[in-house]
Structures are given as structure tokens and as C-alpha cells.
Design a protein around this ligand. Structure first.
Ligand code: AMP
Length: 278
């Protein structure tokens, strides 16, 4: 059965109150819709009353980014939510989330200025602001995010800790196509040659992972090999390719602590991100 779709904060709160009265735990899966198997895995990871939010959040897009053309596929999303066991879909309008007299936002700090934050100024301010609002609207016990957006999950975990938000953040593994390409709502922008080239992103990340396991400890050397492999992908332009401290996201000299290799690559005009932990 397809879960009900509600569009107002008051309706979500009433539905969550009813679930709480039934002694159900509450989970939240924040998404921008155009759902795929990666989102479905997050929904399945939820327990009790699972709320899926579908909101293309304007405040996390830059002025030259794809906010207007971001795919909006509510009917297909409902079917995926139903199959994955979601209890409620919250699909608010922009006005419901950001009434005209909204002023406040979340100041992310340095974690938000690195990697994707360097290429997308203000992106994580928008992400954290909307996610904190969703936490306050739904009041979930657990909230589920994907490892594909490593920096996002790291920043949200830090926000929850820094601002004492009473929610447990859980991070689920990246779901991939059989050829290794990380599932993404933006993959549908790729034309056939771009789609054929895109799995090389994950192959380059796996090669970095293997080099580290084979004994490479110099992060700069690992980074330059990764950059070179990504640059060789036909039609690709590397936005960044970094090997950083998994916790601080700062550059590393030696691989003497948990690290993450994180990349953003334009394939044609489509910006794809991926990462592996090392
Ligand atoms: P999005 O709708 O793309 O903003 O993503 C919503 C949530 O789904 C985020 O927590 C993402 O990290 C997660 N997600 C997106 N793609 C994947 C994937 N391939 N595997 C696992 N989680 C994903």
C-alpha cells in the first residue's frame, strides 16, 4: 500500500504523534526525491514509523546549479517508498519550509568549507538548515543518511553533537550499479557515452584503496595518482580528488589514521561525487 503523502508541518506532527501514541519508534529519511535503490536501502534501515521527506531544497543549490531542472518524480517515488516500507511521505512546498519571513540558518564551520563546500559555497549551510528543520518537525529517534555523501553525513553527525539534537544519525553503505557507479538521482542526466565512462570513477577510487593497502602511506602521491586516473576518463573534468582525514576532512601527510578518498568529477555537465574509506 502506498504511504500517505502530506505537505504541511502540522500534518506530519499529527501523524508522528499518533505513531508515538502507538509506542512506535520514529525514523526519518531525508531525500530530494527522484528515489532509487540507494534511498530504498535507507528506508529499509528505518524502524517503526518511517517518515521519508521529499523536498528539493533550494537553499543548498548555488545560483548556477540544477535546482530548476532537478528531477521531480513523485509518483515513482511513492511506489519506491511503498515497496521499501515507508509509513509517511512528507513532500512540503518551498513556502511551507521557508515562509517569506525566514531568517535563521545553521553556521556549519570549517567542515562545510572543504571538499564539496569549496566548490559549492553555502551548500552545507542549506543542507544543515533544512535537515535541522526536518529533525525539529519530525522529532525522529533515528535519521538515515547514505555514505555516498560522506561529507554531508560527517557534517550532520557533527551538527547533531554540537547542537545537542536528540536524534541518532545512522549512515548506510553506498548502493552501486553492477558496474560500480554509485546510484544517484543525477545519473539520469548522463547520455550513453557519459554513462559508459562514469564507472571509471569508482575504479579509480578502488585503485587508490588498493594502493593504500599495498603499503602506500604518502597521501599526496595517492592523491596525484587518483587525480591522474580520473582526468583520463573521456569527457571528464575533475572538480577535486582528495585523500583526507576521515574525521576532520583536512589534508593528510601520511596515512596514519582513518582516511577517506573523496572525489567530485564532472562527466559532461553532470557533477558526480563518490568516495571510499581507507
Ligand atoms: P539525495 O536525495 O540525493 O539528496 O539523497 C538523500 C539521501 O540518500 C542522502 O542521505 C544520500 O547520501 C542518500 N543516497 C543517495 N545516493 C545513495 C546511494 N547510492 N547509496 C546510499 N545512499 C544514497
Amino acid at each position: 500500500m502506498s504511504p500517505p503523502v502530506v505537505t504541511t508541518v502540522a500534518e506530519v506532527r499529527a501523524a508522528v504523534d499518533a505513531a508515538r501514541a502507538d509506542h512506535l519508534p520514529v525514523s526519518l529519511v531525508p531525500t530530494m526525491g527522484a528515489l532509487h535503490e540507494g534511498h530504498a536501502a535507507l528506508i529499509r534501515a528505518g524502524t517503526g514509523f518511517v517518515v521519508v521527506s521529499i523536498f528539493v531544497n533550494p537553499t543548498q543549490f548555488g545560483p548556477k546549479e540544477d535546482f530548476a531542472k532537478y528531477p521531480r518524480t513523485l509518483d515513482a517515488d511513492r511506489a519506491i517508498c511503498a515497496a521499501a516500507g515507508a509509513s509517511l511521505i512528507f513532500a512540503p512546498s518551498v513556502d511551507e519550509m521557508y515562509p517569506s519571513n525566514s531568517f535563521t540558518s545553521v553556521e556549519v564551520g570549517t567542515l562545510g568549507d572543504l571538499l564539496c563546500g569549496a566548490s559549492r559555497p553555502g551548500h552545507f549551510r542549506g543542507v544543515c538548515t533544512v535537515v535541522l528543520k526536518l529533525f525539529n518537525i519530525v522529532g525522529p529517534d533515528t535519521a538515515h543518511f547514505g555514505a555516498k555523501d560522506y561529507q554531508q553525513a560527517r557534517i550532520i553527525g557533527q551538527m547533531v553533537r554540537d547542537l545537542n539534537v536528540p536524534v541518532e544519525v545512522r549512515v548506510e553503505p553506498t548502493v552501486r550499479e553492477p558496474d560500480g557507479l554509485a546510484l544517484s538521482s543525477r545519473n539520469r542526466y548522463l547520455n550513453a557515452p557519459e554513462r559508459a565512462a562514469a564507472p571509471a570513477i569508482y575504479r579509480a577510487l578502488q585503485a587508490a584503496h588498493m594502493r593504500a593497502h599495498a603499503g602506500e602511506v604518502d597521501a599526496a602521491r595517492l592523491e596525484s595518482a587518483l587525480h591522474a586516473e580520473l582526468s583520463a576518463i573521456p569527457g571528464a573534468r575533475v572538480d577535486y580528488a582528495r585523500v583526507v582525514d576521515a574525521y576532520t576532512l583536512q589534508p593528510l601527510a601520511r596515512l596514519d589514521r582513518p582516511a577517506v578518498a573523496a572525489v567530485a568529477v564532472f562527466v559532461g555537465t553532470t557533477r558526480l561525487i563518490d568516495n571510499v574509506t581507507i
